[in-house]
Design a protein around this ligand. Structure first.
Ligand SMILES: Nc1ncnc2c1ncn2[C@@H]1O[C@H](COP(=O)(O)OP(=O)(O)OP(=O)(O)O)[C@@H](O)[C@H]1O
Length: 253
């Protein structure tokens, strides 16, 4: 199912015929989809569906022999630097240094992206203010709660103004208000900054009505489109039913 009506320049991520195996174990099988600017695409799949493997391929932690991944039109193998400059990532496990302050963590990341100190500090302020975290910039990361750590990780992923933000189950282990704050913030970014987001989750309640939905199960894409279109095509009344239909009882939370 297509999500037509937009131009090629809106395409932040394009994947074609992507397959990957760990030895004999097939983790992704002929996966293909597109993520566009101004769109939050939820990648829904039960444990073992292949979500982390897909993210590892997009970030080039692993290389796939079969298939093609393009970021903003750049092939990630042939034009790696240009492609990856468009990418911001929040991994499932936190990667902040707990003994550094919020600002120190962010400056370190900005330096890795070649940003000068002044430009970095301006961007750090912008992103932390947007997340209501600027007042806490001097605190050591280990003093922050899980929700605030996640906010810092989102700020960090956006410092270099990527076109595509990958989020790998960013709300796991957070309480309800912290989860909601992150869901709301990311959806606001998509609308206000025209950001493209690919959000891996197994939590149905993180899907908003105007999100796009990809259902991944056992390495294969089972549904792909705007939520409303997927519901119509599958004759389901909500995303939970879609998930059940394609994953046969491997229920979401
Ligand atoms: N390093 C590895 N070696 C062998 N098999 C692996 C490895 N990593 C993942 N797998 C297998 O590949 C498949 C896809 O796993 P993957 O971690 O990508 O799924 P996932 O959707 O991210 O699951 P989860 O939500 O549990 O993280 C699973 O069957 C898993 O057991």
């Amino acid at each position: 199912m297509g999500r037509g009506g937009q131009t090629m320049t809106d395409i932040a991520l394009h994947i074609e015929n992507l397959s990957f195996a760990y030895g004999a174990k097939k983790a992704l099988d002929q996966v293909g989809f597109t993520v566009r600017s101004g769109e939050c695409t939820i990648l829904l799949g039960p444990n073992g569906a292949g979500k982390s493997t897909l993210f590892s391929l997009i970030t080039r932690l692993y290389d796939a022999r079969d298939g093609r991944i393009e970021l903003c039109g750049f092939d990630i193998k042939r034009q790696s630097l240009k492609a990856l400059a468009n990418l911001g990532v929040v991994f499932q496990q936190t990667t902040l240094d707990p003994d550094l302050s919020v600002t120190q963590n962010l400056r370190y990341h900005a330096a890795l992206h070649g940003m000068g100190r002044k430009a970095a500090d301006n961007r750090i302020r912008e992103e932390l203010e947007r997340l209501d975290m600027f007042e806490r910039r001097g605190e050591k990361v280990r003093q922050l709660n899980g929700g605030h750590k996640r906010r810092v990780e989102i700020a960090r992923a956006l410092l270099h103004k990527p076109k595509l933000l990958l989020l790998d189950e960013p709300t796991v282990g957070l309480d309800m208000p912290s989860r909601q704050a992150i869901v709301d913030h990311v959806h606001a970014l998509v609308k206000q900054q025209d950001l493209a987001v690919l959000w891996a989750t197994h939590l149905i309640d993180e899907i908003a009505d105007d999100d796009s939905l990809i259902v991944l199960h056992k390495g294969q894409i089972k549904a792909d489109g705007k939520l409303a279109d997927v519901l119509q095509t599958t004759e389901c009344s909500n995303a939970g039913q879609v998930f059940q239909k394609f994953t046969q009882g491997g229920g979401p939370s």
